[in-house]
Design a protein around this ligand. Structure first.
Ligand SMILES: O=C(O)c1[nH]c(=O)[nH]c(=O)c1I
Length: 308
């Protein structure tokens, strides 16, 4: 069974890598992912200047997944761009960019452009945890304006991290918008399902502190929504790649995301809870499943979901 893939001029030995935000804030964490069975790695979303993030507790895992309101804690963009400068590129590296404003995003992307590095930016349009700031990608006009300006500043291939959508009209509107930008070569679906609320029954208290306990959901909670977003955007944007993210904890969910059309897949909550050993385990399970089904490679089943 062959798990390798090539896309946008990059070769990956495995379709699995980390979701931005998990196991990627420090160079030690990034090196751990780089040294694991992961096929690629991506950095924590970065801002112009370092950020502490939201008050703790700001992450909590349950039997069904996770809730987080980290608040974009990161070391500031030079830290990650410097990491990308010294990286050996034995596997692809992506840098996640999530400026506090369009100007910040343009400033960081111009810096990245001028470094002429092999890494690709994944522009985060969907952080749900900045108090008072809505997720940009739920404002279609603002998203169009941002992508216009980004395309003017950044000539290379880039991708965007999208929030989940829940309505076919929105899938169609967003796909039509994104299809206008040739430099936009991939979308990562989905970011956490924003502003959920989990409660500790015994203490009758929220599980996390920020925003009265509201946070982005990951894990089993979001698999159906993630699969729907991957399938819809893969169908509506046949010339772009869709990276699947959301609810992957075994070979089965990785297989489902690829069946829906994902080129590669990102692991968030499961990686946070299990550690980098999750990559080898999930990869083995995926290979087993493919062998059982008689598939030799990912292209044998990618995007081949059947409907009734
Ligand atoms: O709270 C965060 O740092 C965070 N958390 C998420 O679940 N998604 C994001 O894009 C971000 I920037």
């Amino acid at each position: 069974v062959d798990l390798s893939l090539e896309w946008l001029g990059m070769r990956m030995a495995s379709p699995l890598y980390n979701a931005s935000g998990v196991m990627c804030r420090t160079r030690e964490e990034l090196d751990a992912v780089a040294g694991s069975a992961a096929g690629a790695l991506i950095t924590k979303s970065c801002t112009l200047t370092p950020r502490e993030g939201n008050p703790e507790p700001r992450y909590h895992a349950t039997a069904l997944g996770s809730i987080n309101s980290m608040g974009l804690p990161n070391e500031g963009y030079p830290y990650y761009f410097d990491y990308a400068q010294q990286f050996d590129y034995r596997k692809p590296l992506f840098v996640s960019v999530s400026g506090m404003s369009l100007e910040d995003n343009l400033f960081m992307l111009a810096d990245l452009r001028d470094r002429h590095l092999p890494c690709l930016p994944e522009i985060n349009l969907s952080c749900p945890n900045l108090p008072g700031k809505p997720q940009l990608a739920y404002d279609f006009a603002a998203t169009a304006e941002a992508l216009e300006k980004i395309s003017q500043v950044y000539p290379g291939a880039f991708g965007v991290k999208l929030p989940p959508y829940f309505d076919p009209v929105h899938f169609a509107q967003m796909a039509a918008l994104l299809n206008r930008f040739e430099g936009l070569r991939f979308v990562t679906c989905i970011n956490s399902v924003g502003n959920g609320l989990l409660i500790d029954l015994a203490s009758e208290t929220t599980l996390i502190s920020p925003k009265g306990g509201l946070g982005g959901l990951g894990g089993d909670y979001v698999l159906p929504t993630a699969l729907a977003n991957v399938r819809e955007f893969a169908r509506l944007m046949p010339d772009k790649h869709v990276i699947g993210c959301g609810g992957i904890k075994s070979g089965a969910e990785a297989f489902m995301h690829i069946l829906c059309g994902a080129t590669a897949v990102q692991i968030g909550t499961c990686l946070h809870e299990e550690g980098v050993g999750a990559f080898a385990r999930i990869q083995h399970e995926l290979a087993e499943l493919m062998a059982q089904k008689g598939y030799q490679c990912l292209a044998d089943f990618r995007g081949r979901l059947k409907t009734l």
